[in-house]
Design a protein around this ligand. Structure first.
Ligand code: FES
Ligand code: FES
Length: 183
């Protein structure tokens, strides 16, 4: 099949690529650029696991053709933390508030929540639930997800940030971590 040249910026890095016209943006991001933090849950625009930002707005990247992103600025979950590794307030809040279980929905949740907070810096619980209704969590951890988004809103508005817990298992082997959580 013939290909089309496109140029796009992903997480601040410019890419010039040849793509098939049928290629979905989610597959470009994951398979061509190796940014596998963006997940595919359904491929039919239902679950929101593939949510990224296209020119600053949250989109389900399984509903966008890569050629439609020609000339665009794309941000994926990999682009949310600061270059020095400091987590984005939403990432920190998800960690602090235990807003993930298996984590499959988490990147999409965070990208949708970031778009929500950009439009509404202090959403009510109702507004967060409404803003995230396009994102499904199979583990059904919605309560803590909503809590985390509201915590992140407070952090971003200058409220106090809770002390980051050290990453579980940082510097330890899997066996040591398992050992540590044995009853
Ligand atoms: Fe895109 Fe589910 S994979 S909405
Ligand atoms: Fe498992 Fe949401 S944490 S799908």
């Amino acid at each position: 099949m013939s290909t089309v040249p496109i140029t796009l910026t992903v997480n601040g890095e410019r890419h010039e690529l040849e793509v098939e016209p049928r290629l979905l943006l989610v597959h470009l991001v994951r398979d061509r650029l190796g940014l596998t933090g963006t997940h595919v849950g359904c491929d039919t625009s239902n679950c929101g696991a593939c949510t990224i930002h296209l020119d600053g707005e949250a989109v389900k990247s399984c509903t966008v053709l890569a050629v439609q992103a020609d000339g665009a600025e794309v941000t994926t979950i990999e682009g949310m933390a600061s270059p020095d590794g400091t987590l984005h307030p939403l990432q920190q809040a998800f960690w602090d508030d235990h807003a993930l279980q298996c984590g499959y929905c988490t990147p999409g949740m965070i990208m949708s929540a970031a778009d929500l907070l950009a439009r509404n810096p202090d959403p009510s619980e109702e507004e967060v639930r409404h803003g995230l209704e396009g994102n499904l969590c199979r583990c059904t951890g919605y309560h803590n997800i909503v809590k985390a988004v509201r915590s992140a809103a407070k952090m971003q508005s200058g409220g106090t940030m809770t002390t980051p817990a050290p990453p579980q298992g940082a510097g330890q082997t899997a066996e040591a971590v398992a050992e540590g959580i044995k009853p």
